[in-house]
Every structure is written in C-alpha cells, then in structure tokens.
Design a protein around this ligand. Structure first.
Ligand SMILES: [Zn+2]
Length: 93
C-alpha cells in the first residue's frame, strides 16, 4: 500500500520555506535594475516559484503527482524536496 503524503505537513514546510526565500529574494530584487543576478539568487527564485506552484497544487488537490507523467511522487522524495513537481524517473531519465 502506498503511503499517502501528509499534505498539512508538506504545506507547513512549503510555507516556512517560502517565507525564508522571500526574505532572500525580495530585498535584492527591489534594487536590481537590469543587473545580472547571482546564480544563488536564480536558484532561490526557481525554488520560490516551484514552491508557489506546489502550494497551488495542494489547493487543487494534485499535489504529489508528477507534472510530467502523472505518477505519484514517492513520499521519501517529497520529504526531501517538498516543492518538486517531478518524480524520480522524470527528473533523472
Ligand atoms: Zn514522472
């Protein structure tokens, strides 16, 4: 039997992480005018947008499904990367 992901736990983790990332991104983003951002910022922004999408999937009831193949993402992977939209096989084919 497949273990159901505990959405409240993941949602909480995502909200906390989003808060942390918002603190990293926003103060800089306000002062940048066409200046190239550092790769660490791009990483943070990518994660931030993935978190926003993950939260939207929780609301839509599709959280935990791979956006590519539609398979359930295994619980261990979600615990490590709660924002991931991909299952293990789609992220590393
Ligand atoms: Zn997949």
């Amino acid at each position: 039997m497949v273990k159901e992901p505990d959405l409240t736990v993941f949602k909480q983790q995502l909200l906390v992480r989003r808060q942390q990332l918002a603190g990293l991104i926003q103060p800089k983003a306000l002062h940048i005018h066409g200046k190239k951002t550092k790769s660490v910022d791009q990483q943070a922004q990518l994660e931030y947008s993935q978190i926003k999408k993950a939260l939207a999937r929780i609301e839509a009831g599709t959280y935990g499904q791979c956006v590519v193949c539609g398979e359930m993402i295994d619980g261990m992977r979600l615990e490590a990367y709660p924002h991931t939209p991909f299952c293990r096989s789609c992220v590393s084919p």
